[in-house]
Design a binder for this molecule. Sequence first.
Ligand code: UDX
Ligand code: UDX
Length: 451
Amino acid sequence: MRKSSQKIVCIGAGYVGGPTMAVIADRCPDLQVTVLDVNLERIKAWNSDALPVLEPGLDQVVARARRRNLRFIPQAEGASYLAEADLIFISVQTPTKTTGRGAGKASDLKYVEAAARLIAQYAQGNVVVVEKSTMPVRAADRIKEILKQSKSRAKFDVLSNPEFLAEGTAIQDLEHPDRVLIGGENARAIDKLVQVYRRWVSKEKIITTSLWSAELAKLAANAFLAQRVSSINAMSALCEKTEADVEEVAQVIGLDSRIGPKFLKASVGFGGSCFKKDLLSLVYLCEHHGLPEVAAYWEQVYHLNEWQKQRFMQAVARHARRGTVAVLGLAFKKNTNDFRESAALDVCRGLLQSGFKVQVYDPAVDFERFADFLGRPVRLVHASTVPEALVGAKAVAVLTEWDEFKQLPWAKWRRLLARTAVIFDGRSILNQQALAKVGLEVRTLGRTRPL
Ligand code: UDX
Ligand code: UDX
């Protein structure tokens, strides 16, 4: 017989599934929330004091809820929880396909399909299946097909409830979202999920749409955000040629209320697990639907980003000649330990391939994982402090805007660097004038001619 309090299961305890379920459990003490993952190490970490995801505020939320109504368990032990669940979230990864049709662009739905098969195998009764992962438009059809073709006697509804949290501010974004988007076909199923969010999100902020609009809106939102970064990064290159200052240009643009000030920070390129993957997924969708001009438009947002990382890396290489380069910041943005698609990967890879020794420091990223990702190059050296990274460097590349990089004692550390050392600020966080006083030249993207 079915239980009285609602039960939620989430497949995937990653950067999205973990924090999202923790906040749901925290805000809905009467709901039982169970998060499954095939990765046993991750599950172990979620049950420890050293969570696998670094997010300001996450520790407290997890600690509160874990004592009460939040569980992290191995997927292999999830059958009974799936059987009892009213709502099942799919929050597994949707990486870019590496082989087959659409390789290099289309999203790979194999993990989503595996999750759908798992649900079909164990779920019972009336179950609402919620797409939390970012999907290509009409992915819900594929989930429905798998559920329908299974021998399951459960009755399924599929909703799309894409996540808009940004890493580093995930808890804030989940607790105070700009909007919650729920796409679906069945009003009762939609209402079931609306009632979960209604515990802490006001009615006006919960938007309900068709399934297909919800799926596309997520891709579109990420593409628009990425496009703003590529737009300001394109301007940064022109600023370097014309002596205009990209920070001043961004300030002026941002004061136009139609444009707004956010996402106008020039950088060494956007990273993270979403922007590149979602842009390419959108490009593939456009190509698939016979819209080559639309595909080319969005693809250029991606190309500009690749170019920005390369031109920054080349500027560093031109200055450092064959010497040592210090890299400060491996994470794709501050306040996260995530380095997926981070500029540091491309900048380090490029420098290492050109024969440089690269000494890297990051306050949160696990160096061993970063080094593994690059194939453990011998000239990639771990520094456990900033000064350790600086020793003997001919160039310093600042790639992440960590707060601790904003106020470093450069006067004290100047002597660690090579005499002709130059700092390349890929995030515009250093004070050029102050550093000039201690004899250090800083070249900032979009603000120095030439970079
Ligand atoms: C999420 C979304 O799901 C993705 O679509 C979006 O674009 C970015 O954010 P994220 O949480 O960052 O992905 O991915 P990840 O940290 O890799 O977490 C996914 C987890 O799902 C992994 O821990 C993986 O082990 C788990 N998984 C995958 C399962 O537990 N079962 C499976 O069958 C497949
Ligand atoms: C993004 C979306 O913001 C979020 O809504 C979605 O759910 C997932 O994808 P995320 O990738 O975690 O979130 O971080 P975000 O803050 O968007 O930053 C992405 C990249 O763009 C970072 O590398 C960041 O440094 C860069 N960026 C952002 C800039 O270079 N300049 C800016 O002005 C803003």
